[in-house]
Write a protein that binds this ligand. Structure first.
Ligand SMILES: Cc1cc2nc3c(=O)[nH]c(=O)nc-3n(C[C@H](O)[C@H](O)[C@H](O)COP(=O)(O)OP(=O)(O)OC[C@H]3O[C@@H](n4cnc5c(N)ncnc54)[C@H](O)[C@@H]3O)c2cc1C
Length: 420
């Protein structure tokens, strides 16, 4: 028998089963380089324009759809990578190009993830393709949980879903807040309250098909960052949808509600499960912004001279860049670990998914602020991209669970104590 090479020893446990390796496969490297090419050639050059216009960049979404970066097949390829790493890697590269445009392309995946997590295979087949539309006519989708009085506290949702037995329809009433793609989406996935007495355990997820009467967009929100991504309230006034639009079906919902009424533990809240699945991916988006700012600041520091020497020759600047690189890599390791845990079915005993999003979001805010400092006056102007990156980064300590909520989740997980 031939002796194993050091490389094989590092990646197998002797019987050929993989143990530990951070080596990317050829497929992963190809996908990363392909998305990076799109981000560098198509997304980055358009970033300032769409940030100023504060409009959904439909031509760029269409370009992404044409090359297979924005459709169900592409998403499935990223999602079902057995290591879990491809999805965060794709997000990091795309958001390295620009976060506003990145969110216009990736916002749809939140709704797709909700359909995947809560729907039946028939519902996946019906609704997921409609979230993307076609390459010639791409569409977007929205996932609406938050409400004006229910942001961090999703248990206090007021949007009501009532079942009309006579017509086998669900009737939705309420208001959703800050929905990415809200009101312009082809498919809206909404979380609503079916039984208010059960609080979060009485929630269910519904699909509202395009053109349904009673769903209206509120005023489009003007934002600090991520301005190419559309955000708006959604009003629901006696919105009637077929019974089949309840994700998971009525039988399963009735069973779950019955268990909750008896005080038995249920499988968890629909909304929280979806968020848990998506946290490492959201962390990877923040990482993409942070890396873009770090790289820009590094190049700038190597070219800019003051006092007769390059500014990078000062330890104050060089050490900051060293810290930025270290924090970025630490955040990426947390993101990859959580993505791998999710994909391989590991339990998140210490809320590792929340950890990855918390760390990456905070690194992004810190690193983009440091990048502005390294660029000095130029960094503060819209002539240079780091001020936009800083504005874009800030949302990552707020949406998908604020930093405080992530700390709450982690501290509860590690202590078993109901920390408040
Ligand atoms: C650009 C953008 C896009 C968004 N996209 C979507 C979307 O697509 N779908 C969707 O459903 N929602 C979306 N949201 C909403 C987002 O998820 C919420 O804003 C977020 O969950 C925070 O809720 P809130 O704004 O009501 O803040 P609050 O919950 O009111 O929190 C305010 C402050 O209080 C702190 N706080 C609250 N409770 C506690 C506690 N128990 N302990 C310690 N601190 C606490 C928070 O951390 C925060 O600092 C989006 C928001 C924005 C701005």
């Amino acid at each position: 028998m031939e002796a194993a090479s050091p490389e094989q020893m590092a990646t197998t446990n002797g019987d050929g089963a993989p143990t530990f390796s951070l080596e990317l496969t050829e497929d992963q490297r190809d996908i990363r380089d392909w998305v990076h090419g799109f981000a560098a050639q198509t997304v980055r050059p358009a970033a300032a324009e769409w940030d100023e216009r504060e409009e959904t960049p439909w031509p760029i979404i269409q370009e992404a759809a044409k090359i297979g970066l924005y459709d169900l097949e592409g998403l499935a390829q990223f999602w079902f990578d057995p290591s879990g790493i491809t999805m965060p890697m794709v997000n990091e590269e795309l958001f390295w190009g620009d976060a506003g445009i990145g969110m216009s392309i990736m916002g749809t995946t939140l709704a797709v993830a909700a359909i995947q997590a809560n729907g039946t295979p028939e519902q996946w087949g019906e609704w997921m393709p409609q979230c993307f539309g076609t390459a010639a006519e791409p569409q977007v989708a929205a996932f609406c949980v938050s409400e004006p009085d229910a942001g961090s506290d999703v248990s206090s949702l007021r949007t009501r879903a009532r079942y009309d037995e006579a017509t086998d329809e669900w009737v939705l009433n309420g208001q959703k807040a800050w929905a990415t793609n809200g009101g312009i989406a082809n498919v809206h996935v909404l979380v609503a309250q079916v039984d208010p007495e059960l609080k979060a355990r009485g929630h269910a997820s519904f699909v509202v098909p395009a053109g349904t009467k009673g769903l209206e967009m509120g005023t489009k929100v003007k934002k600090h960052g991520l301005r190419a991504s559309h955000t708006a309230d959604v009003f629901l006034d006696d919105v009637r949808i077929p019974g089949s639009c309840l994700l998971g079906g009525k039988e399963k919902l009735d069973e779950r509600l019955a268990r909750a009424r008896e005080g038995q533990s249920s499988r968890g809240q629909a909304a929280m499960r979806t968020f848990e699945m998506s946290r490492p991916t959201v962390g990877a988006q923040a990482l993409g912004i942070a890396r873009a700012a770090y790289e820009y600041a590094l190049d700038y520091a190597r070219e800019r001279s003051q006092f007769g020497r390059l500014i990078i020759e000062n330890q104050a600047i060089a050490f900051t860049l060293a810290d930025m690189k270290m924090e970025l890599d630490a955040a990426r390791l947390l993101v990859w670990r959580a993505a791998w845990m999710g994909r391989t079915g590991k339990d998140f005993d210490a809320a590792e998914g929340s950890m990855s999003k918390l760390k990456a979001g905070e690194v992004a805010v810190w690193a983009t602020e440091r990048a502005i400092q390294i660029l000095g006056g130029n960094g503060y102007t819209r002539e240079f991209p780091v001020e936009r990156m800083h504005r874009d980064a800030k949302i990552y300590t707020i949406f998908e669970g604020t930093s405080e909520i992530q700390r709450l989740v982690i501290s509860r997980a590690i202590s078993g104590v109901q920390i408040r």
